[in-house]
Write a new protein. Structure first.
Length: 117
């Protein structure tokens, strides 16, 4: 069973940057697409960014395009999310997981990102 541990969140001012990390205790399979999700206050969890198994393709939700960048280091079993030009509406708890949620991996504790205006 994979255990996902997210880190790197914190408090940032609007326009600032944060870099999130996701470490997998088990093997972060090089054959799996991975993704970041977030859940804002009173909102449903939503997809933010995804990356293919080999890092060759990425996908973003419209609201973060041009500001966020997802990447992965399969040797380190680590997934990253570089977040630039942060906005207050980016405030949320951020989670990583397999892009295909049918795998049923546990969500982990997430990492809180708070952006002040």
């Amino acid at each position: 069973q994979v255990e996902l541990v997210q880190s790197g969140g914190g408090l940032a001012q609007a326009g600032g940057s944060l870099r999130l990390s996701c470490d997998a205790s088990g093997r972060l399979s090089s054959t799996l697409n991975m993704a970041w999700f977030r859940q804002g206050p009173g909102q449903d969890r939503e997809f933010v960014a995804g990356i293919s198994y080999n890092g060759g393709a990425t996908k973003y939700t419209d609201s973060v395009k041009g500001r966020f960048a997802i990447s992965r280091d399969s040797m380190k079993n680590t997934l990253y999310l570089q977040m630039n030009s942060l906005k207050p509406e980016d405030t949320a708890v951020y989670y990583c997981n397999a892009a295909d949620l049918r795998l049923g991996w546990p969500w982990g504790q997430g990492t809180q990102v708070t952006v002040s205006s």
